[in-house]
Ligand binder design. Structure first.
Ligand SMILES: Cc1ncc(COP(=O)(O)O)c(C=O)c1O
Length: 388
């Protein structure tokens, strides 16, 4: 896209990043290369592997296009594409941790990340410790001689706690630890982790990049210092994503900016409307001034995506289920980032440090692209049912 592309607006970059149409006969989109075998012209080239592509697991023009597009957005040295967002969490952790190492993981982390740490990492001899998302620079007091990774996710899953990423990164780097961040909520459009000291940025591209609730994919992007080791872990494990899914995520990126603007606008409208409403004890959305992490969000992030939670004012599972069962537009489903609205009663009983709100059940709302008035009316039905 020319040497000035980093100066152009984000939607311009999203429309053109990744591939150059002139590399493939002028077709606007790159080819979807279905590949295992790649042929070499002669035995010497085969022995030396002296050509750009050598085997399907090691990259194709399709994966290169997505990797280059994500690198342009993240400011990273390299990006791998893996078959799910959860794989995007597990691969770097496996790549950077060994038996006897200690890892610090934020307590408000996505639950399957905790499950992976508590089962596989523990079984492989890694010491796992959870820390308070509000720890900030005090993380220095938790870092041990064998701490190799500090894992962050900001805002946190379901309750949206903000983390002071620059302070945490500075303390981790002073002790030689690598900082990883699950940045799925913000996407690189609203937060660029590597600019704030993070070494490895993780995305469930299943969510906003794919955007249509039909693809599972993860991306992991590393800075120069960590790229080689990340890429090596990826090759060693053979966890490459399928070409059709990679292509669909590249396609999703083209419209992600405009979709996110709409998600952001509708979610904020509903979050503001819900705040102070009868039946709602709290709205957990970092862009609201009432949120405990608002100052950090305002300092570091340039936008908010479309998922937040509400705490019902009293009650328990019966009220949460009444709310959910009254909804007609919101679907009851676990993912987010797609075009359609979803709701879920979240369970926070896995927390060890950052306990969840106690005023009532927590309902997470993924705000889709529907008309916001219709969504508001639907939530109104849920609140009325919960109050009955
Ligand atoms: C914060 C976060 N990270 C990672 C994932 C995992 O993504 P996937 O569903 O593609 O495995 C999710 C999925 O909900 C998530 O919410």
């Amino acid at each position: 896209m020319g040497k000035n592309h980093q100066m152009r607006g984000v939607n311009t970059r999203l429309a053109h990043a990744g591939n150059d149409p002139r590399d493939f006969h002028g077709f606007v989109n790159p080819p979807v290369v279905h590949a295992s075998t790649v042929l070499f012209p002669d035995a010497a080239a085969m022995a030396a592997r002296s050509q750009k592509y050598t085997y399907g697991t090691r990259g194709t023009p399709t994966t290169d296009a997505l990797g280059a597009a994500v690198d342009a957005l993240e400011g990273s040295a390299g990006t791998i594409a893996v078959p799910s967002g959860l794989a995007a969490v597990c691969v770097p952790l496996l790549g950077f941790l060994s038996a006897g190492d200690h890892v610090l993981i934020v307590d408000s982390v996505y639950h399957p990340t905790r499950r992976f740490a508590d089962t596989m990492l523990e079984r492989l001899g890694v010491e796992v410790e959870y820390y308070d998302p509000a720890v900030g620079a005090d993380i220095a007091g938790l870092i041990r001689d064998n701490t190799k990774v500090v894992f962050t996710e900001s805002p946190g899953s379901n309750t949206f706690e903000m983390q002071d990423i620059p302070a945490i990164s500075a303390a981790a780097h002073a002790a030689g630890a690598v900082v990883m961040m699950d940045n799925t909520w913000a996407t690189p459009l609203y937060f660029r982790p590597l600019d704030f000291g993070v070494d490895i940025s993780i995305h469930a591209a299943t969510k906003y990049p794919a955007g249509h609730s039909d693809i599972l994919l993860g991306t992991v992007s590393a800075n120069e210092a960590c790229w080689e080791r990340l890429y090596d872990a990826y090759l060693t494990m053979g966890v490459c994503a399928g070409p059709d899914d990679v292509y669909q995520v590249l396609r999703g990126l083209r419209t992600m900016g405009v979709r996110l603007e709409r998600h952001q606008q509708s979610a904020l409208h509903l979050a503001r409307w819900l705040e102070g409403r009868a039946g709602v004890a709290q709205v957990l959305h970092p862009a609201l001034p009432s949120h405990p992490g608002h100052a950090i969000w305002k300092r570091d992030f340039s936008g908010a995506s479309g998922i937040f939670s509400i705490v019902l004012d009293g009650g328990g599972q019966a009220q949460a289920h009444a709310f959910l069962d009254a909804l007609e537009i919101f679907g009851l489903g676990y993912s987010w980032g797609g075009f359609e609205s979803l709701a879920v009663h979240v369970q926070l009983d896995d927390r060890t440090v950052a306990k969840g709100p106690e005023a009532g059940p927590v309902i997470r709302l993924q705000i889709g692209l529907e008309d916001v008035d219709d969504l508001q009316a639907d939530i109104e039905k849920g609140l009325a049912a919960a109050a009955r």
